[in-house]
Design a protein around this ligand. Sequence first.
Ligand SMILES: *Cc1c(COP(=O)(O)O)cnc(C)c1O
Length: 367
Amino acid sequence: MIYLDFAASTPLLPSVQKELFRAFEEEYSNPSSAHKLGRSSSEKIENVRDIIANSIGAYKSEIIFTSGASESNNLAIKGYVLANKDKGKHIITSLIEHKCILSICNFLEKEYGYEITYISPQKNGIIDAQDVISAMREDTVLVSIMHVNNELGSIQPISAIGQACFERDIKFHVDAAQSFKKIPIDVDKLNIDMLSLSAHKIYGPKGIGALYIRDLRETRIQPVIHGAGQEYGLRGGTLATPLILGFGAAVEDQTIEDSFEEVNKINSLVRDKVIEIGGSFNTPEINFIPHILNIRLPNFDSSHFVANSDFLCSQGSACSSMNIEMSYVLREIGVTYENSIKSLRLSLDYNSKYDLILPIFKFIIEG
Ligand SMILES: *Cc1c(COP(=O)(O)O)cnc(C)c1O
């Protein structure tokens, strides 16, 4: 089997596995406990908070641990807007956000009467910052735009949008699950107010993530999970010590950063091959991360391929029981239903080898 689905989830790095297994065995006490073992775990957790904060140019007092990017997105968006209803009820996001952002916005619209402006991407999967800026109003309370799209790998103009939000005193949330450690993030330079992270997209364990909240103590946020006062009262539940320490090990490990150029090389070799066999791209030609490559191939059925081949990747259309439902991301960038069936998302990592990917095309050509 050749795994080419790293955008969906990643295996553990050896350094992460080691720390995770050690912590599962040794760090079993409640980190809120006042005794020695609790305090020792708590110190290690605070160290991870510091590591995460440093990796995005934040203070450790601005980092909250969650169960992953989905929960971080919920806490950021619902938590902020529901605690700040007096500031307006208009939210701006895009049509190609991760499903969970769209679900949250839909919930706020239906249950709380928020008005949502959904920005259309350009044909190349990149959102025009000017479109977002033009949609800003007096009553806009929050803008939420992802850093890197998970199906296309397109990098969004976060800096320009952040600057415009800053000038208008609008909060800016960014889902950085796909960009973290692949492209640099500095929350001050990019004017980001809230940032969602997930450990299992960076070779950490599943079930843990973080939310950065600028000036957390001065920001009104409604908890999504009410609890016993953990995480500044914003996220109840006993802290998952082993998962947090595993997350920290993943953030400290530089494998992703160190392999960027190598992944870039493989990406361009694969692109050349796709062109050679008459294929094309859903992924943009500029402003993309090399780890995600969404391709379109002639005479190809991606759902059959994904279900049956030993190359593990994602299809451009998502099968739901009997009917094949097209990816909304591909639809929004103008891909037809017929072309979505021919689409395949390959996601690469530091261990990917061009020679091992090449047979995929032989397989596709020969059927
Ligand atoms: C994977 C992913 C998520 C969900 O993250 P979880 O930690 O699994 O909840 C959210 N947004 C993006 C862009 C993702 O790629």
